[in-house]
Design a binder for this molecule. Structure first.
Ligand code: NDP
Ligand SMILES: CC(C)=CCC[C@@H](C)[C@H]1CC=C2C3=C(CC[C@@]21C)[C@@]1(C)CC[C@H](O)C(C)(C)[C@@H]1CC3
Length: 436
């Protein structure tokens, strides 16, 4: 069998769909910014033209200088390189990835959590010793320039990896391509990602992008918006801002503490690294996930103890489902005899893998998605109900998770064949037990 067979099945409705997603998702962060920019410019729940009056005219009147600054682009590149330096300079363990279809197992350097700790230290030092609020106000006040810089950088990076995927890797061999990204159509392959694991030396671009510049950038942006609110309120910080900073902080810390578990996600094992992931990691994650903190920076919502309690309760339930279910699967797959999972029921498959049918994974085939979504809902709830715009996250995430579950189902059906049907007849629900 050829190393890189042609892709014969399109996702996203093929090249036109891919082009549409690229244009649409590039516009979304700008629309969220210009459509919800200040206390009187974010529409209320029942639509009235008021807040958006003149929006189209304002958008049409924009010039490049309104959204792009070369000095901020240079600073953005410096931020990316700073994280590359930490990647090499900080100690880290080498964890093997999954077995690739060419039989190889690539090593991954795991030190993302250390990079986060160092970055927290740098933020503290900057805040304490070099101008206090100034750097962070510079970050929050220039949000749109950072956004354009990240969009430009992520697109250039996608062009780079696409062009480079045509090289012949030593020893005179083709690069290993993603099974879904080798259709031969330039637009589609550029979007989906042609090469599976593009690397520069030992730096794996896909995993680095997935866990460093965007995720850490999101943390820095949230802190910058917290400082922005403190400036607006003359030093005060609302309970809602503290909650969003802490809850998203928990998610960011959790992601980097469990850094190695990203190596088994479909993004790493199956998808190529193309525009979708480059843009998703560098733009979508930091700039749309920080929407709630940005909103609260100019709309200081006070929740009070009862509403804060409700937000916290949703967060705790969501996070526990997310973390416990993901950990249960990881432990089971690493060592099924571990006392924490040894009593769980599972089915054996012809491929040799075992599929859990009790515990968290007996409730629904992707119970972890439900927990993740509920946790995301708690972030949105911190913003109250004055406008639906900060609820964008849960709307996007619901679409992403339903689509992702379908893709994973297709992958598992192809891999496990009749064993997957047997598994689905035992664990009947996809994401929400008893409902979906
Ligand atoms: N915040 C965000 O924007 C995003 C967050 N996420 C989160 O990332 C996390 C990981 O998600 P994801 O990578 O999609 O997939 P999962 O962690 O849900 O893993 C799916 C894989 O697990 C294996 N598996 C499926 N069922 C069982 C079972 N019953 N027992 C044992 N193994 C099983 C299969 O792999 P195998 O072939 O090995 O059997 C399957 O392909 C989730 O919590 C998700 O919510 C994901 C995307 C975006
Ligand atoms: C808008 C667009 C073009 C879509 C690309 C989708 C991406 C935004 C997401 C695809 C998979 C993702 C993952 C995470 C963030 C969102 C993207 C990049 C993730 C890093 C979030 C934190 C989690 O703990 C995670 C590490 C499991 C997760 C991995 C997948």
């Amino acid at each position: 069998m050829a190393l890189n067979p042609r892709t014969t099945r399109y996702e996203f409705f093929g090249p036109p769909g891919a082009a549409l997603v690229m244009v649409g998702t590039t516009l979304v962060p700008y629309l969220l910014y210009f459509g919800c920019q200040g206390p009187d410019r974010c529409p209320p729940p029942l639509y009235t033209a008021g807040p958006w009056e003149g929006l189209v005219d304002r958008l049409q009147a924009l010039t490049v200088a309104d959204v792009f600054r070369a000095d901020i682009f240079a600073l953005y590149v410096a931020w990316f390189l700073y994280l590359v330096v930490l990647y090499y300079a900080l100690p880290g363990s080498a964890v093997p990835g999954t077995v690739l279809r060419n039989g190889q197992r690539l090593p991954y350097r795991i030190n993302g959590f250390r990079s986060l700790l160092v970055t927290c230290g740098v933020m503290f030092a900057v805040y304490q010793f070099y101008g206090g609020h100034r750097l962070f106000l510079f970050i929050s006040d220039n949000y749109v320039y950072w956004l354009t810089s990240a969009t430009l950088f992520s697109t250039l990076q996608a062009v780079f990896v696409y062009v480079r995927s045509f090289r012949r890797a030593p020893p005179n061999q083709e690069a290993l391509l993603a099974l879904g990204g080798n259709s031969g159509n330039t637009v589609y392959d550029f979007f989906i990602g042609r090469e599976l694991n593009p690397r520069i030396g030992s730096l794996d671009l896909k995993v680095f992008n997935e866990l460093r510049p965007g995720i850490l950038g999101w943390f820095v942006l949230n802190f910058a918006f917290l400082i922005k609110q403190a400036q607006t309120l003359d030093g005060g910080i609302t309970d809602s801002m503290i909650l969003i900073f802490l809850l998203q902080g928990v998610y960011i810390f959790d992601t980097l503490i469990f850094e190695a578990s990203v190596l088994t996600t479909m993004d790493v094992t199956t998808d190529g690294f193309g525009w979708m992931l480059s843009f998703g990691d560098l733009v979508w994650v930091p700039f749309t996930f920080s929407l709630q903190a940005r909103y609260l920076s100019f709309h200081p919502t006070v929740l009070g103890p009862v509403n804060s309690g409700i937000v916290l309760a949703v967060a705790v339930v969501g996070f526990l489902i997310f973390r416990l279910s993901n950990s249960q699967k990881n432990i089971f797959r690493t060592n099924p005899h571990d006392p924490r999972v040894k009593d769980l029921k599972y089915i054996e498959t012809e491929s040799g893998s075992k599929l859990l049918i009790s515990g968290w994974w007996g409730l629904a085939r992707h119970i972890n998605y439900l927990g993740d979504w509920l946790f995301g809902l708690s972030w949105c709830l911190t913003t109250g109900f004055d406008t639906p715009i900060p609820y964008f996250y849960v709307m996007y995430f619901a679409v992403l998770l339903v689509h992702r579950e379908r893709r994973d189902d297709h992958k598992c059906r192809t891999k496990y064949k009749k064993d997957w049907d047997r598994y689905c007849s035992i664990v009947r629900y996809r994401i929400i037990p008893g409902i979906y």
